[in-house]
Design a binder for this molecule. Structure first.
Ligand code: URA
Length: 437
């Protein structure tokens, strides 16, 4: 039987699930270019609106994984990784990959760029001058032997169907689908030949999943699909009702990462979430007795500077400055316009619309509005106030880093709209809501 994209999309449109063979054909077409951008956009929208069901989700994940190469490793330690479903100020990967490596794991972390209103690990790392994320398989293998961690993009060889669909979803408003997120994350992760994977499923205003029910469903879909494919996996559902770091923006988040790695100004939420996720991964890989023991090991790697040293080795191996850990303040780009956003009505911060904060960063140039847009590494928001903080009228909610005064004006209005102020201190949200294993 012949298959074509129009027929697959027409079936999806009326709520039918394409067969595994049809989904495999579509994934190959995404990788080869036989499926056009318009057909891929229509596919993504149809899946968002109609869903694929469990069998379809598993079939799409496998099809996207098999659209490229599946790696196998022969290394003297477990191959581990974590992946986040995406958030604001979520720079955990930059701290966690070197911390896991410092604890004896090998970490071939295949990451993504900004997606929708959320930031992307690759865009953050590329704010480091010279840092290369596009390694070939041979380069990745060579790096892992010398420096046990690497953070790279899905190369043309690994899950190429996701590489293409990811960019199309980013600019077509088709990110928020459990099926597409599962297939996107796991196609890359399963192709990376991992032995253990910890997933950080974000919930709240800055996440794609806004409610606990949605996040729980996504976490269960991810864990079941990954475990079904033979990869030991656990998920933590973690809070995204406010940005994780106090910065949102590429170089600005790298600053916070460096402060935490070097101990100059540790962000407690970033450290604690890194330890919790890392603890799970080390336990999965047999490098810790249990997640709590693993978390202690990650904290020790941060405290002793071993994770910072590993980060420096990774940066140098991937083309960045060899003295980055000692000289990062001089190496990162900074924006020409920096100004405070005044709080219009004083009081306690009771809620933050994370998606609006993310949109402000994207419109400042820190993310993409159209496929192919260049990201400005220096722009974003710093010193963001957190939920429960008391702020007087006129005092700053955040500091805008912008390319122009006009961009800063627009961002200021968005940031002001993102903050809800109240008269009483709210209950502060927990960092971790649930664990799914
Ligand atoms: N991260 C990914 O890699 N893909 C998604 O769809 C969402 C987060």
């Amino acid at each position: 039987m012949t298959t074509d994209a129009r027929a697959i999309n027409a079936r999806l449109r009326i709520g039918e699930t394409p067969t595994p063979e049809e989904l495999a054909w579509f994934a190959r077409g995404l990788a080869s270019g036989d499926v056009t951008d318009a057909q891929a956009g229509a596919f993504a929208m149809a899946v968002c609106l109609r869903g694929l069901g469990e069998a379809g989700r598993v079939a799409l994940t496998r099809a996207m994984r098999d659209s490229g190469k599946v790696l196998h490793w022969d290394l003297p330690g477990p191959v581990l990784d974590k992946h986040s479903t995406g958030g604001i100020g979520d720079c955990v990967s930059l701290v966690l990959a070197p911390a896991l490596a410092a604890c004896g794991a090998f970490v071939p972390m295949i990451s993504g760029r900004g997606l929708g209103h959320t930031g992307g690990t690759l865009d953050k790392l590329e704010s480091i001058p010279g840092f290369r994320t596009g390694l070939s398989e041979d380069q990745l293998r060579a790096q892992l032997r010398d420096t046990p961690c690497a953070i790279v993009s899905a190369s043309a060889e690994i899950a190429p169907a996701d590489r293409r669909l990811y960019l199309i979803r980013d600019v077509t408003g088709t990110v928020e689908s459990i099926d597409l997120i599962t297939a996107s994350i796991l196609s890359k992760k399963l192709a990376a030949g991992l032995e253990g994977l910890v997933l950080d499923v974000k919930v709240g205003s800055g996440a794609f999943m806004k409610t606990m029910d949605q996040a729980d469903a996504l976490a269960r879909a991810l864990v079941a699909t990954a475990q079904g494919a033979g990869c030991m996996t656990t998920a933590l559902i973690t809070d995204m009702s406010q940005p994780l770091a106090t910065a949102a923006g590429n170089a600005l988040e790298v600053i916070e990462v460096m402060e935490t790695l070097t101990g100059t100004s540790v962000n407690a939420a970033l450290r604690d979430l890194t330890a919790a996720l890392g603890g799970e991964a080390l336990a999965l890989g047999g490098l810790a007795a249990d997640p709590q023991d693993g978390a202690r090991r990650i904290e020790a790697a941060l405290k002793t500077g071993k994770a910072a040293e590993m980060f420096g080795r990774m940066v140098a191996a991937q083309g960045g400055p060899s003295d980055f850990v000692d000289h990062w303040p001089d190496r990162l780009p900074s924006a020409p316009v920096q100004r405070e956003v005044p709080c219009l009505r004083g009081g306690f911060v009771t809620a933050i619309d994370g998606a609006l904060i993310g949109q402000a960063v994207v419109h400042l140039g820190g993310g993409r509005l159209r496929d192919g847009d260049r990201v400005n590494p220096s722009v974003g928001l710093a010193d963001l106030a957190g939920i429960g903080e008391e702020i007087g009228p006129g005092l700053p909610l955040a500091i805008i880093h912008a390319a122009s005064e006009a961009d800063a004006d627009a961002a200021a209005r968005t940031v002001q709209a993102a903050f809800t102020m109240g008269d009483a201190a709210p209950v502060e949200p927990p960092l971790i809501h649930a664990r799914i294993a």
